[in-house]
Design a protein around this ligand. Structure first.
Ligand SMILES: NC(=O)c1ccc[n+]([C@@H]2O[C@H](COP(=O)([O-])OP(=O)(O)OC[C@H]3O[C@@H](n4cnc5c(N)ncnc54)[C@H](OP(=O)(O)O)[C@@H]3O)[C@@H](O)[C@H]2O)c1
Length: 237
């Protein structure tokens, strides 16, 4: 019988960068993907041909999120699935210049970019197999904040502060690693050439770069509590 692929969960793994990372990992991982909205059915069908797949609807804004998560994770265990890796991808990236902030907007950005990842970490940690790695997608803005996106930058910096603390709380059973990414998948409103010019290597990253970093962290048993900056040297410009 072929060896079963290790099961990883990607929180926010059904859209854009999360989806592209899922595509990269599918060759050697079985996947649990979460999203706040239904993903494109055709894509999920194709992915399910390539690997074992489960999907959950986890919406950071859902007041019943706690119960939903617990039920979904308990359900996984009853079907004999043991998670050996978790990647928290979910986040929102709105432009919010000073002067446009409202309590409501700020609360939403903390919720999706910080509270939700922390809450997922708390729910997932006890469910992960021994020696698993819990990983967070951060942003190079933790080194140099994006001034038009200061609330986003502050939320990602808060999450970055979680990494060493959580690593201490969960050691030695689990490891915790963050990835401070430059541009891996520009959105349609940004100029990829300009973004590339902001890096030392004069190119943007891509989902394969991120997947390589996630694999590296997962396969490095001496690495924990650290943030890997994967931004083509942008932080040094
Ligand atoms: N793209 C890049 O080049 C880049 C660079 C640096 C850092 N990052 C980080 O990488 C992550 C993914 O980036 P992206 O560009 O793919 O961002 P994105 O297009 O904004 O996608 C965000 C992800 O977060 C999920 N999400 C949004 N609101 C949610 C909610 N209320 N509840 C649960 N999940 C929610 C989305 O899932 P649903 O659509 O299902 O809601 C989606 O999977 C983010 O954390 C971002 O900060 C990305």
């Amino acid at each position: 019988m072929p060896e079963e692929k290790p099961w990883w969960i990607l929180v926010g793994g059904m859209r854009r960068l999360g989806r592209a990372i899922a595509e990269e990992l599918a060759q050697d991982h079985a996947l649990v993907l979460t999203g706040s909205q239904d993903a494109e059915a055709e894509w999920l069908k194709d992915l399910a041909i390539r690997t074992s797949l489960r999907t959950f609807r986890w919406d950071a804004m859902d007041p019943e999120l706690d119960h939903q998560m617990m039920a979904d994770l308990a359900g996984l265990e009853t079907t004999g699935i043991r998670l050996t890796g978790a990647v928290i991808v979910a986040g929102v990236f709105p432009e919010q210049p000073l002067g446009t902030w409202t309590m409501g907007k700020l609360e939403t950005i903390w919720r999706v970019n910080m509270s939700f990842p922390m809450f997922c970490a708390q729910a997932l940690a006890p469910r992960l197999a021994d020696d698993s790695c819990l990983q967070f997608l951060l942003d190079t803005c933790i080194h140099q904040p994006f001034l038009k996106r200061l609330p986003y930058s502050a939320a990602k910096s808060g999450l970055a502060a979680l990494v060493p603390g959580l690593a201490q709380l969960l050691a030695p059973r689990l490891r915790v690693v963050g990835h401070a990414i430059g541009t891996a998948l520009p959105d349609e409103t940004s100029d990829p050439e300009w973004l590339a010019s902001l890096s030392l290597v004069k190119r943007n990253g891509n989902p394969a770069d991120v997947a390589r970093s996630l694999r590296f962290a997962s396969e490095s048993p001496y690495l924990t509590g650290e943030i890997i900056t994967l931004d083509g040297g942008r932080r040094w410009i």
